[in-house]
Design a protein around this ligand. Structure first.
Ligand code: NIG
Ligand code: FE
Length: 419
């Protein structure tokens, strides 16, 4: 066998989770075999930042190049960096007061109607300088990276006019260049109809489609709509997402979060990459997503932080063959966690997902939701060397030993970026 040369070798992992199996991706109905576990495993990365080999330590003859580094992961779990496919990290202002109001009984929609919620953050974001927005989001990214996330999707949606929406997308692209994290950008001009258009929503939708979207198509990859009572109807969402497609923006959607209005069926109909939230999804919605391969991005952190009772029916979705992913939904008001580990804990405890399902949902399936499955989400040859080392001997402890950050080392494209 020919010799392989590497710049970084992580070896002797108690469990190396490659997530590399022969199953099609995204993985439906995940079981333990889908984790591709290698005991006493290694992963080797070269200076292109890509993986050159994985296997059992000692089985393959790998030489370290001069200046290279070997890390022992004895007693630890080594796995792909988390992919977080839904967040809103760029915004101004603080909604601490609103969170206190929620705890005293006010609902999300009541607060929104009283001028709080998304509108409050829109005003603060419009006032904030570019530097302020960049720095704040940068802090969130560093925190996420320390918790093991190496690929992140994030959205505009707190500008709600052409100038600020496009500024937000530029900031997202700037963050992608400045930070180790890979950041995928989504245009969410359809987060809410802004106050100044409340009596003329059709004019805002025209503006979105004719003026904002062509510009957004140059700087973003996806188009998203908050399809909900008080935000955008299914008919409006259809019109907006189809217009997005013609500007090269691939569709994803916030659907059935607070009520069931048919956003999940729409996601199937237009073959969205993902439909996200889904706490109130109907049987028809589940069937439509399963039939069309739409990834369900579940956000149990938002349900938890809003102190609501109804979590998405993950078990039924998995059993019916919907591909399931998980995300933080980090945003200004309805979810304040940077930790995919915390999200996995909520997924297991509140939605009855198994640790295997939660890990697949936070890696390979999340990468599929972002069209990044050829680069991220598994440890296999030629993919990015995005690897985390967790100080637990068994992967089940990641969700079950909750509230702690088990990640001790983060490697992004072959570089140690946190330890
Ligand atoms: O995904 N649901 C709509 N958007 C965000 C919340 C945004 C906010 O409250 O600022 C979400 O939960
Ligand atoms: Fe969201």
């Amino acid at each position: 066998m020919s010799e392989i040369f590497a710049d970084l070798i992580i070896e002797h992992a108690a469990q190396l989770l490659t997530l590399n199996t022969s199953k099609n991706r995204p993985v439906l109905r995940p079981v333990k075999e889908d984790l591709g576990i290698i005991e006493d495993g290694f992963v080797a990365i070269d200076d292109t930042g890509c993986i050159v080999a994985t296997g059992k330590t000692g089985d393959i003859n790998i030489s370290l190049k001069p200046g290279g580094r070997r890390i022992s992961a004895r007693g630890r779990v080594v796995m792909p960096g988390f992919v977080d496919p839904h967040s809103h990290i760029v915004f101004g202002g603080s909604r601490i007061e609103e969170i206190k109001m929620r705890l005293s009984g006010k609902t999300y929609l009541e607060i929104q109607e009283a001028g709080g919620g998304i509108n409050f953050t829109v005003s603060a974001t419009r006032r904030a300088s570019e530097e302020e927005l960049l720095n704040r989001a940068g802090q969130v990214i560093s925190f996420m990276l320390k918790h093991g996330t190496t690929t992140l999707e994030t959205k505009s949606g707190y500008g709600l006019n052409k100038e600020v929406e496009i500024k937000m997308l530029h900031i997202i692209n700037e963050l992608n260049k400045k930070h180790h994290m890979d950041i995928v950008s989504t245009f969410l001009g359809a987060h809410l109809v802004p106050k100044e258009f409340l009596n003329n929503r059709n004019e805002y939708i025209r503006l979105l489609i004719e003026e904002m979207m062509p510009a957004a198509g140059e700087v973003a990859e996806f188009c998203d709509v908050f399809c909900e009572k008080g935000a955008f109807s299914v008919e409006e969402a259809r019109k907006i997402l189809l217009a997005g497609k013609s500007c090269r923006l691939l569709p994803r959607i916030h659907a059935e979060q607070l009520s069931c209005i048919g956003g999940a069926e729409l996601a199937g109909e237009i073959k969205a990459l993902s439909a996200d939230h889904l706490e109130y999804i109907s049987r028809e919605g589940i069937c439509s997503m399963a039939a069309n391969g739409v990834v369900a991005v579940l956000l149990p952190g938002a349900t938890f932080f809003m102190n609501l009772d109804r979590y998405a029916p993950a078990r039924t979705m998995i059993e019916e063959g919907v591909p399931v992913a998980l995300a933080t939904d980090y945003n200004a008001g309805s979810c304040w966690t940077c930790s995919m580990q915390m999200i996995m804990s909520l997924a297991c405890i509140k939605m009855k997902m198994t640790p295997e399902e939660a890990i697949v949902a936070s890696t390979v399936n999340a990468a599929c939701a972002l069209n990044r499955d050829s680069l991220a989400g598994t440890l296999e040859k030629e993919k990015h060397g995005d690897v985390i080392i967790c100080d637990v001997p068994d992967y089940s402890l990641l969700p079950f030993y909750f509230g702690a950050n088990h990640v001790v080392t983060v490697i992004k494209k072959g570089k140690v970026v946190f330890e």
